[in-house]
Design a protein. Sequence first.
Length: 131
Amino acid sequence: MENIKKFLKNDKFAEYVGIELLEVSKGRAKAKMEIKNYHLNGINTVQGGAIFTLADLVLAAASNSHGNIAVNINTNISYLKAATRGTLIAEAKEISINPKLATYTVHITNENGEIIAIFQGMVYRKKEKIK
C-alpha cells in the first residue's frame, strides 16, 4: 500500500490543506485533518469544501488500493453536525466493486467519534495500473 501513499503525495491540494493519509488497505483508507483557522467559513465552522476534500482523498486512496487507476464519477455528501476545532477523521469503506465500477461510503467524525458528515462515492476503474 506504500505505492498508493506515494501516488497520493501528488495530490497537492490535499497536502496544502493539511490532510494526512494514515492507513490504506484493500478497499479501505483513513485520513485526518487538524482544523486550522483557514478551514473555517464566515460563521466559524469548518467550510464544507474542506470536509469534502478530506472525504475525497480517502475515497481516492481506498478506490485506488486495488492497483488500477480509479476516478471519481459521482459523489454525495450530507453534513450532519458542525465542526469548529479539533481534528476530523475520515474513514472510507468499499461497499461494492466490479471490473468497471466501485462504490464507497466515507464517515467523517471528530476526535470524539461524533459523525460530522457522510460521503458516498462511485468510481470508474480504468484498466491502467498505478505506477
